[in-house]
Design a protein around this ligand. Structure first.
Ligand SMILES: [Zn+2]
Ligand SMILES: [Zn+2]
Length: 292
């Protein structure tokens, strides 16, 4: 057994609401014992968002300084589609994504998680080319200091990013981009990557390492899947209660390569956070006693 003091603290938490003020996210996370959180910095289902007031920015930064939470990621709006063949929609997506980056920059959030987009029938190749074109423009105008975390998807409909090859291709096409990857376990499983056994986990991560590189993996979304392997349907289930199961999550939680990588739950918190508390406790247990 390794000496306790050499252990990295487990960065673990949930996506928390910003209702009533973005700075309230920290108290919400602390209440359930999070050391990491994910937030939206604006209403995720609207195009328009009022700019952040300076007093909101300072309240957020101050709350963060006083908080025991060590990692914060933002997730972008679900409306954004940088792959859209509809030029008006793609333009709107670029503008909104730049606003997302600007907000992160103001708030001091270093990681912005995003879904690569949907090709809407244009085909994977054309879709990836449009994403790259959008990113060329974005990185020219981006404020800097904010990393873009490409999230793998379940491959629902015409969504890009279900295959590791597609994420790798975006990174390759945009060499100037500041990219890392957010690995969603539910999405990967639904996309056909079998994480439900120890051997399956090893194979999937070897594939990830070969195509993208484990050093690019910056965040996990620790969601189980309500749907079967390869279903391409994105339905999050509580950790251990779905098709991935505790065996798969144990393999993930004990993988030393990712000891310092934060893990975020994106499942319903439940009454008085009952589900969150249970899920976080399970992940801590799976990570091993020493890291609790
Ligand atoms: Zn997401
Ligand atoms: Zn996710």
């Amino acid at each position: 057994m390794v000496a306790e003091e050499t252990q990295t603290p487990l960065l673990l938490g949930v996506h928390v609401s910003i209702a009533g003020g973005i700075e309230k996210a920290f108290a919400r996370g602390e209440e359930i014992g999070c050391t990491a959180i994910q937030i939206f910095t604006r209403n995720a289902s609207r195009w328009q968002a009022p700019p952040l007031k300076p007093e909101v920015v300072s309240a957020f930064r101050q709350a963060r300084e006083l908080s025991s939470i060590q990692y914060v990621a933002a997730h972008d709006s679900y409306l954004i589609n940088l792959a859209s063949p509809d030029e008006a929609l793609r333009r709107k997506s670029i503008t909104t994504f730049l606003d997302e980056l600007g907000r992160c920059h103001q708030l001091g959030i270093g990681d912005l998680v995003m879904h690569p987009g949907a090709h809407m029938g244009a085909g994977t190749e054309a879709g990836l080319a449009r994403v790259a074109e959008s990113f060329h423009e974005i990185f020219q105008k981006a404020p800097g200091g904010v990393r873009v975390l490409l999230e793998n998807t379940a491959g629902q409909g015409t969504c890009l990013g279900a295959r590791f090859e597609e994420l790798a291709e975006i990174i390759r096409l945009v060499p100037e981009g500041d990219f890392a990857v957010c690995f969603d376990t539910c999405h990967a499983f639904a996309a056909g990557y079998d994480l439900s056994s120890a051997a399956g986990y090893v194979d999937v991560m070897a594939e990830f390492d070969r195509l993208i590189g484990c050093e690019r993996l910056a965040l996990f979304h620790a969601n189980d899947s309500k749907k079967a392997l390869g279903s391409r349907v994105d339905r999050h289930e509580h950790v251990g209660k779905g098709f991935v199961g505790t065996v798969g999550f144990a393999a993930l939680m004990r993988d030393e390569r990712f000891a310092a990588v934060p893990r975020i739950l994106e499942t319903p918190g439940g009454e008085n956070h009952c589900h969150d508390l249970e899920n976080l406790a399970l992940l801590r247990r799976l990570a091993g006693e020493l890291r609790e």
